[in-house]
Design a binder for this molecule. Structure first.
Ligand code: ASP
Length: 330
């Protein structure tokens, strides 16, 4: 019999209504609403983070707690399912894909748009199929399963606040589709790792996101650049931004002062190509690093991990453009 560890971190899936608002409850609520879990053909154990939360309250400490939980239980289980709110699920799945290096088991994040106790809930299908995928032995990476689709964890992004199909993976194919059978796309799945699992538990929160918009003020740019060691620059289209002298100068100054700036696109799909337009040539010249086709979530998570190591400037750049865990197309 396969053994799965269900890790509850909170989210709508286990919430109940209190004073007209949804609040996370404990795991027993899920067990009670979902008796099928007890007579499944799989041995399911469960645990929970110390304080289950709405995922909008997710922090680095919660990520360390989740990664540690998987590290401590890695040998004992065939796979892991993390129940998580959908709001920041793509951040958590991205960061875990980097924190859990060389895993040879599935870590599937899932949740729901409606609580498990509600008649029309999407929670049951999401949870039952996530458990089946985690048991399959086919998936050996961190993924998100939501509404019949399995996505690579560091390629996914939340695109819909209302519909059951809340996620997309615009720059990488879906890894499996669940219909009558679960059809895995083996050619896109990660193959087994020969190396031992390595868990990285240090992350830096000295990061920020600077989103370009027409008429952005110098004070805004300067204060964001000054606030952090690493900045994700969300640009237009294929990596373009204003060519105003003050803007390029501020970026150059920040980079010369040792800051790391990664260029990712505001577009949902496609890639940054610095130098393709004149409006991205200067970014390349001053040392902005192209994030290529990474999602903002994956770029931010990677930056947090890389900045936590005491790498020099060249090593930081090498690490950012390296393919760690299938998060970018080389
Ligand atoms: N606000 C909720 C959360 O992210 C939404 C959800 O569970 O889907 O925790």
């Amino acid at each position: 019999m396969k053994k799965i560890l269900l890790i509850y971190s909170g989210g709508t899936i286990g919430m109940i209504k209190k004073n007209k608002s949804l609040e996370p409850f404990d795991f027993n609520e899920i067990r009670n609403a979902f008796p099928e879990l007890s007579d499944s053909e799989t041995e399911i154990h469960h645990t929970s983070i110390k304080n289950p939360i709405d995922s909008s309250n997710m922090t680095i400490d919660n990520w360390i707690e989740l990664a540690n939980c998987i590290k401590e239980n890695y040998i004992k289980y065939d796979g892991f399912v993390i129940l998580h709110g959908s709001d920041t699920m793509a951040y958590t799945s991205s960061v875990l894909s980097f924190m859990l290096e060389n895993i040879n088991k599935a870590v599937i994040l899932t949740g729901s748009q409606l609580p498990i106790g509600i008649k029309r809930t999407d929670a049951k299908e999401n949870l039952i199929t996530a458990i089946e995928i985690a048991c399959s032995g086919i998936v050996k990476e961190v993924c998100v399963y939501f509404e019949y689709q399995l996505y690579r964890g560091n390629r996914v992004t939340k695109v819909n606040a209302d519909n059951f199909d809340a996620f997309q993976s615009p720059n990488y194919p879906v890894l499996a589709k669940a219909g009558i059978n679960i059809k895995y796309k083996n050619q896109y799945l990660k193959s087994s790792s020969e190396d031992q699992i390595k868990v990285h538990l240090n992350l830096s929160n000295e990061v920020s996101i600077l989103k370009m918009f027409p008429s952005i003020r110098k004070e805004v740019v300067t204060s964001i650049l000054n606030s952090s060691k690493g900045i994700i620059l969300e640009t237009y289209g294929s990596g373009n931004a204003t060519t105003a002298d003050w803007f390029i100068h501020e970026l150059e100054l920040a980079i010369n002062n040792g800051k790391t700036i990664i260029n990712v696109s505001q577009c949902l799909s496609g890639s940054v190509t610095q130098g393709h337009y004149q409006t991205s040539k200067e970014l390349e010249r001053v040392g902005v690093i192209s994030g290529k086709d990474m999602t903002t979530e994956a770029a931010l998570a990677k930056l947090m991990l890389v900045l936590a190591k005491s790498f020099d400037r060249n090593k930081i750049k090498t690490k950012i453009i390296e393919n760690f865990s299938g998060e970018l197309t080389i």
